[in-house]
Design a protein around this ligand. Sequence first.
Ligand SMILES: [Zn+2]
Length: 164
Amino acid sequence: MKEKPNEHRDIISRLQKEKPFEKIDGKKIHLIISKFREEYKEFSAQAVWFPFLFRYIVLNQDRLDDDPDEIAATIAHELGHHEQYSSLGTIEYFRTMFMLIFRKKEIRTTRREMEIYADKKAIEAGCAHGLYSHRIQHPKNDGEEEFYMTSEEIKDYATSIGKW
Ligand SMILES: [Zn+2]
């Protein structure tokens, strides 16, 4: 069953009130559903920030049939990125984005830290089971797997903080 965008907006609003997202609580986050280009079609969503202007979560329209718990976990992961962007501040955010686009090889450690941070925020927000099954349903590949928590790491972390 396909969720309507309104339901996705409700998920965003609900999760934003959770403690892991206290820096972006009350901030407007726009939701966009889009077809992803070939090179990004493995991704479920993207978090995009234009400082002082807009925060976006872009959902891959090919993933809208996923289990609702998995979609919520995907949204929580992207909110984790927005939470982190807010911590970085504008200058560091632009520097990091520049590195991620043009200096991919030099910034692998940072990329991993950012993805692990977003995974942990999603778990802390109560989305461990959705994230766990999403990672099994849509395993990372093409070298992407080194950046994210494995399904077992998700379960272990969730258990360690009482969120499993
Ligand atoms: Zn991510």
